[in-house]
Structures are given as structure tokens and as C-alpha cells.
Design a protein around this ligand. Structure first.
Ligand SMILES: *Cc1c(COP(=O)(O)O)cnc(C)c1O
Length: 483
């Protein structure tokens, strides 16, 4: 299987190129040239597989054997998911106070968010390709809180990689900050950036600027492992299949998912899993008050509005970049249209989709935007009723599904829990009776990080571009000049 840009520029590339480049040459997102279809018989045969076995089957569909052999793929999956705390990798918790409702716990990786699910495999894969070619890459990551820690954790100590991890100072929790700044490895460079009124989006602007300078980009071999990288989306399909098999009594029965969403990477994967043949009934887009996706699906308007700081800070995202990738598959791969719309968005900050297009992408999706007071009420209620602690993002998905109960209908529902509650102590402080869930309010890795020395740099947004460029040059001189 080869890959191409969803905006139609450049020529087809191999899976390896798509993963190592991150972005396509025309600034578009890589998409596979076709989506494999899976019939019910095949699905039935997969029903009893473990998470890793299932991942092997699904990922194999997207990679030629000549690029990665079966043994190599299995080894990469072991290397990635053996770092998870639970044998099942992503366990499901059946709620007692809602019928047929399950919380999918995607947070048992080393940095306690669902970003570990995609990042573990992607970073290991990138390093695998680079080792084989004896090449080096610099990875720049902008984070809204969880991408940075996951990227830093998996890049740390990797021979072929340097990680430049940028975060908006003050807009992420100190627990998240510590996960990035207490790693002792010299290939991790974490930078807290002051004055980012638009959060992670402000950082993306600077990264895009660096990427656009061909000479600099080639010398430092810049790449990206954020969710514009196809590798992340591909891996995230696995948890939809896995969850489906756990809760459907018969393969073919309807199951719905509620997903706390910001960049639409997770839901793009869910939408593609359905297009491949997984019988998902509804995908519920659970937005917080930064409701860009809700506006797209409800009103047909893709527009950028000022950021609102919420308790579910990892989804305080203004531009859901993976919507463009999903849209490509909804308009029969019409790259001209994707290019036209995304150019319009860049220019005007807004696109209005026509009715036909709206119908095409809305199919199978519901959406809801929820506010913080409801989050707290629901977290408290689940804590009181069943001594289970949701993190604020999981709460967004549950609140949205409560509000959309009638539209969702009567069949199993999986709410994705994308972070461990221990990452959000300031939210937990707003709750009462937390002694009942003491074991869930703390996590050993967070506690240990409190004792470690921090190694961080700060920089003002206005000088980030220059500072980053200089620091990368210095690092390059020191490490690679004489190699
Ligand atoms: C990144 C993240 C999300 C959102 O995922 P998208 O793919 O950007 O929609 C949700 N919850 C948490 C905790 C996250 O870190």
C-alpha cells in the first residue's frame, strides 16, 4: 500500500516515507491510497484476539511486507505495548449506574494518557526505520498537555532521535510539565513558551515556519509525530475494533462510541474503522466549550474562535486538523476539493460546507459541546455512586452521551477515557469525598516526578523562532558535525 497527500500534491510515497516525513510535501496529510474492507466473517475471526494480536492484523493491512516483516512488526508491537501497566493494555470498566455503558481506559501507558497508545508504536517505528538506514531525525512536538509527555517518554534515549518538545507555559498542568522536564536524557529538549494566547496553535505556527525553510529542514531532518502523522491514526483504529469485540454480543450488532475530541485524530481513526467495515452505529463527538468540531457537524461551519480554558485542557484545541483527513474519505478522494477548502480556511479562517458535503461527513456522527459545571457534577456522581474516578476528559465523553441519550439509542456504548485522573489534581480538589477513591487520585509515576530535578527552558513566543533555530544549530554542532 502506498500513500498520497489528501491535497493531491506530490507523487505517491511508500509507507516508510509517509511515516518519516509526517507532512506531505504540499503541506497536506498523508492518506492510504485505498481503505481495506473487512467483512463480517473476517471480523468474527478476530473477535477473540488480544489487543496486540488485533493491532498486528489491522496494521498489517496498511504496510507492505517488504517494508516491515511480520516478525519485525510483532517485535515493534511488543516493544510498544509491554510498557503498559495492564496485561489487556486497554481494559474496559462497565459502569454500574448506566446500562450497557463502558469506560475504555486508554491511560495505562507510561505517561498516563491515550497519547501513549499511538506514540509508543509510532516513535518505535520511526526509530526502527532510522536505525536501518543509520539516519537521524529531529522531532518537533507542540503539545496541549499529553502529546509532549508521551513523545518525550518514547524519544528519550533513542539513538536516532532528538525531541524538541514545546508547550504553552501555564496552560498545561504542572504534572504534565514535570513528565516532560524531569527526563535526564540529553536528546530531550523541553521548552515552555510564554505568551501563547491560542495555546498549542501558537506553537504550530512557529513549527510550520521552520518546516517551510527547506535548507534548515533538510539539514536538521525535521519531522513530526503529532497526529498529522498517519502512523498515529492507523494505530488508533485498533482500540475501536478491540472495544467493539469486547462489548458486542454478536459480531454485526451495533455499538457506539463517545470520544472526547480536540484535533479529531482519535475520531478520524474511528470513522475510518467504520468505513473499513466495523459495525459502529454512532460516533459521538464530545467537545468541551472549544466546540469547533461541534460547529462543523452541527452547522456546517469550520471556523476558528478564541480559546476558552477548560478543565479538559487536552482538548482545548481550536483547529481539528484531522478533519481534513477524514473529509478526504467522505468526498470520494476529491483532492481538489480538500485543497480548495483548506486554502479558504487558511485565508479567511472560515469555511462553509455545502449541504451535500455536510451529509457526506455527518453520516454516522453525532456531536455535543459540554461545559465545566456539568463535568464536575458527573465526576462527583460517578464517584459517589460507584467509587470510580473519571478524569475530566472521560467526563466530557460521558456527559455528552448522557445529553444525547435519545439520539444514541439502546445498545452498548463505549466512552473513551483518555487520561488518568491523577494528571488533574486541581480538578480532583473540586470534588468532595475523594478519600473514597484515594487509590485513583494518585499515581506512582506522578509522585516520583515530583522529587526529580527539572531540566527546562523557557522562552517568549515572540522569540521562539530564533531561539529554537539557534538551539538546534548548537545541538547539531555538538552531536553530529563530526559524525
Ligand atoms: C489528545 C487528547 C484528546 C483528543 O484527541 P484528538 O485526537 O486530538 O481528538 C482527548 N483527551 C486527552 C486526554 C488527550 O490527551
Amino acid at each position: 500500500m502506498d500513500y498520497k497527500s489528501n491535497k493531491g500534491g506530490g507523487s505517491k510515497v511508500s509507507f516508510e516515507r509517509a511515516i518519516l516525513d509526517g507532512y506531505a510535501i504540499d503541506g497536506g496529510l498523508y492518506v492510504p491510497e485505498y481503505l481495506p474492507k473487512i467483512n463480517l466473517e473476517q471480523l468474527t475471526a478476530w473477535k477473540a484476539l488480544s489487543y496486540k494480536e488485533l493491532a498486528f492484523q489491522i496494521i498489517s493491512l496498511f504496510i507492505k511486507k517488504s517494508i516491515i516483516s511480520s516478525d519485525e512488526l510483532k517485535e515493534l508491537l511488543d516493544q510498544s505495548y509491554d510498557t503498559f501497566e495492564k496485561e489487556e493494555v486497554i481494559p474496559l470498566y462497565p459502569l454500574k449506574s448506566r446500562s450497557q455503558t463502558y469506560i475504555m481506559e486508554l491511560f495505562y501507558g507510561p505517561t498516563l494518557s491515550f497519547k501513549d497508545v499511538g506514540m509508543s508504536f509510532l516513535v518505535n517505528l520511526v526509530n526502527f526505520f532510522l536505525e536501518r538506514k543509520n539516519e537521524h531525525l529531529s522531532i518537533i512536538v507542540a503539545t496541549t498537555g499529553d502529546t509532549g509527555p508521551a513523545a518525550a517518554h518514547y524519544i528519550a534515549g533513542k539513538s536516532q532521535l532528538d525531541g524538541w518538545i514545546l508547550y504553552p507555559k501555564g496552560l498545561i498542568t504542572s504534572e504534565q510539565e514535570r513528565q516532560m522536564t524531569t527526563l535526564p536524557h540529553t536528546n530531550i529538549h523541553s521548552v515552555g513558551v510564554d505568551n501563547c494566547p491560542e495555546g498549542g496553535d501558537d506553537l504550530d505556527v512557529v513549527i510550520a515556519q521552520l518546516y517551510s525553510e527547506q535548507e534548515f529542514k533538510n539539514k536538521h531532518k525535521l519531522s513530526s509525530v503529532n497526529s498529522l502523522n498517519w502512523g498515529r491514526i492507523m494505530v488508533q483504529m485498533v482500540h475501536y475494533f478491540y472495544g467493539y469485540f469486547q462489548v458486542a454480543s454478536r459480531v454485526g450488532d451495533p455499538v457506539s462510541f463517545s470520544v472526547p475530541s480536540g484535533g479529531f485524530g482519535n475520531l478520524c481513526a474511528g470513522g475510518l474503522a467504520r468505513k473499513m467495515g466495523l459495525p459502529i452505529k454512532h460516533l459521538l463527538i464530545a467537545n468541551n466549550q472549544n466546540a469547533c468540531l461541534h460547529r462543523i457537524f452541527d452547522k456546517g461551519v469550520f471556523s476558528k474562535q478564541p480559546i476558552i480554558e477548560t478543565l479538559s485542557s487536552a482538548i482545548d484545541i481550536l483547529v481539528p486538523i484531522n478533519f481534513w483527513r477524514y473529509l478526504y474519505f467522505c468526498v470520494e478522494g476529491d483532492t481538489q476539493k480538500i485543497k480548495k477548502w483548506s486554502d479558504t480556511f487558511e485565508k479567511n479562517g472560515e469555511v462553509n460546507f455545502d449541504n451535500t458535503t455536510q451529509k457526506q461527513y455527518q453520516e454516522g456522527f453525532l456531536s455535543k459541546s459540554v461545559d465545566d459545571p456539568k463535568i464536575i457534577v458527573t465526576m462527583q456522581q460517578i464517584l459517589d455512586n460507584e467509587h470510580y474516578l473519571l478524569d475530566p476528559h472521560a467526563a466530557v465523553s460521558l456527559v455528552a452521551s448522557d445529553l444525547m441519550k435519545d439520539q444514541l439509542g439502546n445498545h452498548p456504548l463505549i466512552c473513551l477515557a483518555t487520561a488518568h485522573p491523577a494528571k488533574f489534581p486541581r480538578t480532583i480538589e473540586l470534588l468532595s469525598q475523594t478519600n473514597k477513591v484515594y487509590g485513583q487520585t494518585k499515581h506512582i509515576s506522578i509522585e516520583q516526578a515530583k522529587k526529580k530535578r527539572q531540566r527546562n527552558y523557557t522562552c517568549d513566543h515572540s522569540s521562539l523562532y530564533e531561539t529554537l533555530k539557534n538551539a538546534m544549530e548548537v545541538n547539531w554542532e555538538r552531536k553530529y558535525k563530526f559524525h
